[in-house]
Ligand binder design. Sequence first.
Ligand SMILES: *[C@@H]1O[C@H](CO)[C@@H](O)[C@H](O)[C@H]1NC(C)=O
Ligand SMILES: *[C@@H]1O[C@H](CO)[C@@H](O)[C@H](O)[C@H]1NC(C)=O
Ligand SMILES: *[C@@H]1O[C@H](CO)[C@@H](O)[C@H](O)[C@H]1NC(C)=O
Length: 254
Amino acid sequence: MGALASQLLLAGGALAGLQACSLNSTQLSCHNTTAVKDSCCLNSPGGLLLQTQFWDTNPATGPSDSWTIHGLWPDNCDGTYQSNCDESRAYKNITEILKSQSRTELLDYMNTYWKDENGDDESFWEHEWSKHGTCINTIEPSCYSNYKPQQEVGDFFNKVVDLFKGLNTYEFLSDANITPSSSKTYELSDLEDALSKAHGAKVTINCEDGALDEVWYFFNVKGNAINGQYIAADAASDSTCPQSGIKYLPKDSN
Ligand SMILES: *[C@@H]1O[C@H](CO)[C@@H](O)[C@H](O)[C@H]1NC(C)=O
Ligand SMILES: *[C@@H]1O[C@H](CO)[C@@H](O)[C@H](O)[C@H]1NC(C)=O
Ligand SMILES: *[C@@H]1O[C@H](CO)[C@@H](O)[C@H](O)[C@H]1NC(C)=O
């Protein structure tokens, strides 16, 4: 191994251990998956990956001009999903794991943008990892060469943050003149149009008490969940918001 490669490994290089998936020959998840089963280069059965985000106002979490991260969920291609797939990897030390991998920038980012509404971010991250992360088949330890324990945990959190950074919901909405307001209300079709246009596929928007609360962005993936290619896919579930009169409350209104 070359000096650079060793250094990358020592630095906890995120991609170092996952098998390379040749993208031009790899199948797209949820598409004609009969040919390949349980491959480290095909997300299956969880071939529909959802990057989910919150707009929490009561209590408010995160910066007032940003949505926050909920998670990354592997759904089967039909609206059902697996959960809690590996109790032996239901870690209770996500912060320590990320620190031990020198992922301090990632941790700082998560401390700002991946917030638990009850104030216990670590527990929230543990929940997201054990419930959903352990069900992503392409990041199972067996998919790594020279696997280092919990390597896939760092890869998972890093990937969720990367996807979130590419999906700036606050900006997508404000570009369509949809901004938080304590008095204004919005039509579901306008919210859907703004976000679906930005994403390139239909999204799911959820409400709580008639106010905007959550958005789900769907993807299919070519290759593994870490360095594979994410391709926007249409939402597999309907919005829970009313058709009109939807509030988008400011985070500083409470
Ligand atoms: C694409 O696939 C061909 C044939 O399977 C292979 O020879 C080539 O190296 C691949 N290219 C890339 C960039 O993976
Ligand atoms: C599905 O994949 C198999 C194996 O790669 C291929 O032979 C077959 O033509 C594909 N079917 C469709 C409908 O694309
Ligand atoms: C995290 O917890 C697991 C399971 O108890 C343990 O094997 C691992 O060494 C811990 N990692 C760190 C960095 O503390």
